[in-house]
Design a protein around this ligand. Structure first.
Ligand code: NAP
Length: 220
């Protein structure tokens, strides 16, 4: 079946947890770029978070599967989880290029904040040779304050680098984790099965809420 896919979206992210902002981004990219499929690829070990606390990849994978089940254009890949080691995007793009063949156009989709660091990524020029990059921006995000070196680099790749404005990206995984910790509702921020999974597995409860932020009254 893979050889029928000519335009493949690749949603790269930590997805800790996946939320409606990610789903709206993926769907927006699908129709904006005429994608045949969007493959969600939860990072096994995100390259720039090696010292940060990230949930077990199996939890992040399961939540991504639950979130995408009802969209026939969405699939989830275990590629980075099963590969082990640090999840460099260039390695993922090389594998997918081999799987989908030279004619397929690849679109790597992720948050603008992540992509704007791309000059520091492993083999960043190779990444852009292998795929288009789609940067999903939150409301209020501006390219105006980027360092000159990043601007020059983006200008060089202007045909391969695209901005996708996504109002729903006001939702963030960080905020969802904080809300769970503080006992606030996450309803309508994540799909219901993901919310149930978080509650059943007791995810994101590990930190004691800061004083003044706990309890129902502090929930926005
Ligand atoms: P991050 O630093 O956690 O996220 C940066 C921003 O982008 C956050 O606001 C995040 O929001 C948002 N974001 C993340 N994934 C998104 C998606 N698919 N769609 C829309 N917004 C998204 O970034 P990350 O998730 O760890 O990394 C993003 C991707 O870049 C991953 O696939 C990672 O492996 C890759 N990456 C590769 C290298 C490398 O190869 N050297 C280096 C850095 C990142 P949320 O927190 O709400 O998701």
């Amino acid at each position: 079946m893979t050889n029928r896919i000519m335009r493949l979206g690749i949603m790269g992210g930590t997805f800790d947890p996946v939320h409606y902002g990610h789903l709206v981004t993926a769907e927006g990219a699908r129709y904006t770029f005429g994608l045949d499929q969007v493959l969600f690829v939860p990072a096994g070990k995100p390259p720039h978070k090696q010292n940060a606390q990230v949930s077990d990849p199996e939890h992040r994978y399961m939540m991504t599967v639950l979130a995408t089940l009802t969209n026939p254009y969405f699939e989830v890949s275990r590629l980075e989880i099963d590969r082990g080691g640090v999840s460099y995007t260039v390695d993922t793009l090389r594998t997918l290029r081999e799987q989908y063949g030279p004619e397929a156009e690849l679109f790597f989709i992720t948050g603008a904040d992540a992509i704007l660091d791309i000059t520091t990524w492993k083999d960043s020029d190779q990444c852009l040779a292998l795929a288009h990059f789609v940067a999903a921006t939150r409301p209020g995000f501006s390219l105006d304050h980027l360092p000159e070196s990043t601007r020059q680099w983006l200008a060089r790749y202007k045909d391969r680098f695209h901005i996708l404005r996504v109002p729903a990206m006001a939702i963030s995984s960080t905020e969802i984790r904080e809300r769970v910790r503080e006992g606030c509702s996450i309803r309508y921020l994540v799909p219901e099965p993901v919310e149930h999974y978080i509650r059943r597995q007791g995810l994101y409860l590990e930190h004691v809420p800061q004083s003044g932020t706990s309890g129902a009254n502090s929930c926005r």
